[in-house]
Design a protein around this ligand. Structure first.
Ligand SMILES: Nc1ncnc2c1ncn2[C@@H]1O[C@H](COP(=O)(O)OP(=O)(O)OP(=O)(O)O)[C@@H](O)[C@H]1O
Length: 252
């Protein structure tokens, strides 16, 4: 279940809870109100897609929810931790442990091997991943036998599989993904999406994904729509046709 109101959501057992979230960018004389009072809760284990017309606030939403940027007002609660009450250093530490992020452009470290890239969030946190868990993850994303390669020796699809394993290695409370198939051709993108969705389901990983692609969003449990910085409805397990129709209504 996901709650999508512009008012305060009921207290629920949630992986992500946003309360009256606003973000205004001080763009000279004309500040931009990119988010205008968004409240929602994401159920643990759910796969939620975020969609909306260009400029509707999707990237702003993702950056705030993942602690990459700070809101103008409102609260971001991941599990039972309110990010907006933490110091910047504490947010960085919390993100390492409890938030995974998959970028469109992979963001792998070029001189580290596949295995080292995957382990990095654990190592930065002064921990070592459990060998069995790491192997299960590598197998699940289809990188068995490729852990000694360098990123330059990988295809785009393989690189994104590394990024997916890296995002999940800490068993975070939530993984956020920003257009994770946007740089891939359709066939490779579909395979990577299957890997992301399948691995998240297998390990009961909460996943929140921003996409422009109705075909990608149609694989989610729920699709949330943003328009002009506000929530503009949700669809549960929709078809890509239903999603496309909703986007047309919202003036995609
Ligand atoms: N760093 C920034 N400084 C100033 N304005 C910004 C900044 N980032 C975003 N905006 C503005 O905030 C609004 C929301 O932008 P955002 O990037 O969140 O939308 P989006 O839905 O992700 O768009 P797109 O689908 O085109 O990527 C837009 O009007 C945008 O111009």
């Amino acid at each position: 279940m996901i709650s999508t109101t512009n008012a305060s959501p009921p207290r629920v057992d949630s992986a992500v809870r946003l309360v009256h979230l606003t973000k205004t960018y001080p763009n000279g004389p004309e500040p931009v109100a990119a988010l205008q009072g968004v409240s929602l809760a994401v159920r643990p284990g759910a796969f939620t897609a975020i969609m909306g017309p260009s400029g509707s606030g999707k990237s702003t939403f993702l950056n705030l929810a993942a602690g990459l940027d700070t809101p103008t007002s409102g609260r971001v609660i991941i599990g039972d931790t309110d990010l907006t009450e933490l110091s910047p250093d504490a947010v960085t530490r919390f993100r390492r442990r409890s938030i995974g992020f998959v970028f469109q452009s992979y963001n792998l470290i070029g001189h580290l091997t596949v295995g080292e890239n995957i382990q990095l969030p654990m190592l930065l946190d002064g921990r070592r991943p459990d060998d069995q868990w790491q192997q299960a993850l590598i197998d699940s994303v289809g990188l068995t036998g490729k852990t000694d390669r360098l990123p330059s020796e990988l295809s785009g699809g393989q690189a994104q599989r590394v990024a997916i394993a890296r995002a999940l290695i800490t068993r975070p409370t939530v993984v956020f993904a920003d257009e994770p198939t946007g740089a891939l051709d359709r066939r490779t993108g579909d395979q990577v999406l299957d890997v992301l969705r399948g691995t998240a389901k297998r390990f009961a990983q909460t996943l929140v994904l921003v996409t422009h692609d109705p075909h990608v969003a149609a694989t989610a449990d729920e699709v949330l729509f943003l328009a002009d910085g506000r929530l503009a409805g949700e669809l549960v397990a929709p078809t890509s046709g239903q999603i496309a129709a909703r986007l047309v209504e919202l003036g995609r």
